[in-house]
Write a protein that binds this ligand. Structure first.
Ligand code: HEM
Length: 423
């Protein structure tokens, strides 16, 4: 039983406790250890913050930093498998900088992500989704089809590549590179340096091409942009594109994949949504709360801080458990119940404070259109393997490796024009 579960004094992030039934672990931590000692990938012992109030405090307070270089800590790049000499491309983006550098970079790109710009994307996203559902139907009516590879991956890749103006023939390469660079699977670690090289060099070439031949896309706009006459340099541009690709793809893939899984495992709620499509946007927020695609993020403690009597010294790296915070019963009644009609979007899945996810509106929109389309097009959608055979990634970017389904769909009768980017 949950209450009787014994947790080691120091929890290893690679242990099953974090990857199989982790919510049971988090329940225990929320009750017993708001600040928990954890062994990180590189062997360091770090503190991990779990409760909603503490997580929100850390994310919003300027005394916590995101900039590893201020703390002479380049271990992230090493652990991540970034090749020597490419660290700048990994670090010099807004997520790894504090204000005022953060403010400058965020301001430049945020013009491309205003609520109006995102809302304007709705028809095009709907078109891509309709095309993908058609493809899924063709493959999945007679045999199982992998919803992750054929749907959940393809939509965010198509959307971000279109936004950035990346040619369609490169979408699959992009998807493969990003999947490898964010993976914690020991089997793919040795592929990482080559994937980073492939991705970063490709982006560099694209930047040079757009400099000379600008198009009507976000990358061209970024290349041309000036901020107080201070053009973004190559490293800043590569790093920004890299961040948008990684932050915008792997996360949204998992929102769509996990959202579909939740619909398959909660058929009564799926039926409710088919009858009440107005609830879909709220349902996506509940999916994000219930299974956060980014489970854990980090900060450096710039000034000594105390949590309930435990002093964390300046210079420490701490882990911030967004998933646990989203299940904190002090904040969410019946926190472990999935309820598409909950009507509470106060989860911390997109972070909080100055680094609040730039792509939150886009991710929500993609999730809403994708899952609504899936429910409507395939009322008989079913899992093609027993639930116990599904494999969840052992990484803090959480999601399913594969989700084999049968669509049992009607013949594809989309009347929307066939888009050219969604194959
Ligand atoms: C379900 C999908 C997504 C989730 C769960 C998610 C989650 C997050 C989280 C937790 C952060 C803050 C990290 C921190 O403070 O340490 C963040 C930041 C960020 N996200 Fe997302 N994200 C998603 C989709 C996207 C998309 C679609 C884009 C862009 C196309 C995007 C771009 C960014 C950027 C640029 C930042 C850095 C913002 C800053 O540092 O000011 N994200 N995201």
């Amino acid at each position: 039983m949950m209450a009787a579960r014994q947790l080691p004094e120091v929890l290893d992030v690679q242990d099953d406790l974090f990857h199989v039934g982790q919510y049971e672990t988090y329940r225990h931590l929320l009750r017993e250890r708001p600040l928990a000692k954890v062994r990180f990938y590189d062997g360091r012992e770090l503190w991990m913050v779990n409760r909603y109030e503490d997580v929100q405090f850390v994310l919003r307070d300027g005394r916590f930093s995101n900039d590893p270089t201020k703390f002479a800590d380049l271990s992230f790049a090493v652990t991540a498998g970034v090749p020597d000499g490419m660290e700048d491309y990994f670090y010099r983006n807004m997520l790894r900088l504090d204000p005022p550098d953060h403010t400058r970079l965020r301001k430049l790109v945020s013009r491309g992500f205003t609520p109006r710009r995102i809302a304007e994307l709705r028809p095009r996203i709907k078109e891509i989704v309709d095309d993908l559902l058609c493809g899924l139907e063709e493959k999945g009516s007679s045999q199982p089809v992998d919803l992750m590879a054929e749907f959940a991956y393809r939509l965010p890749v198509a959307v971000i590549c279109e936004l950035l103006g990346i040619p369609k023939e490169d979408h699959d390469r992009f998807r493969d590179w990003t999947a490898i660079v964010v993976s914690n699977d020991p089997e793919v670690q040795e592929l990482k340096p080559d994937s980073y090289r492939g991705l970063m060099n490709f982006v560099l070439e694209l930047i040079h091409e757009r400099f000379h031949h600008p198009g009507n896309d976000l990358l061209s706009a970024l290349v041309q942009m000036r901020d107080n006459e201070d053009r973004l340099d190559d490293a800043e541009l590569v790093s920004m594109v890299f961040l948008l690709l990684v932050a915008g793809v792997e996360t949204t893939v998992n929102l769509i994949g996990t959202g579909a899984y939740l619909m398959l495992t909660h058929p009564e709620q799926a039926d409710f949504l088919r009858g009440k499509p107005d609830y879909m946007a709220g349902a996506v927020d509940e999916m994000l709360r219930y299974f956060a695609p980014v489970e854990i993020t980090t900060r450096y403690v710039a000034e000594e801080v105390s949590f309930g009597g435990t002093v964390v010294p300046a210079g420490s790296l701490i882990l911030i458990n967004l998933s646990a915070a989203n299940r904190d019963p002090e904040r969410f009644p019946q926190a472990d119940t999935f309820d598409v009609a909950r009507g509470d979007s106060g989860h911390l899945t997109f972070g909080s404070g100055v680094h609040f996810c730039l792509g939150a509106a886009l991710a929500r929109l993609e999730g809403e259109i994708a899952l609504d389309g899936l429910l409507r097009r395939f009322p008989e959608l079913s899992m093609a393997v027993p639930e116990s055979e599904l494999r969840w990634r052992r990484a803090f970017l959480r999601g399913l490796d594969e989700l084999p389904v049968r669509t049992h769909g009607p013949a594809c009768t989309t009347d929307t024009p066939t888009g050219s980017h969604a194959q």
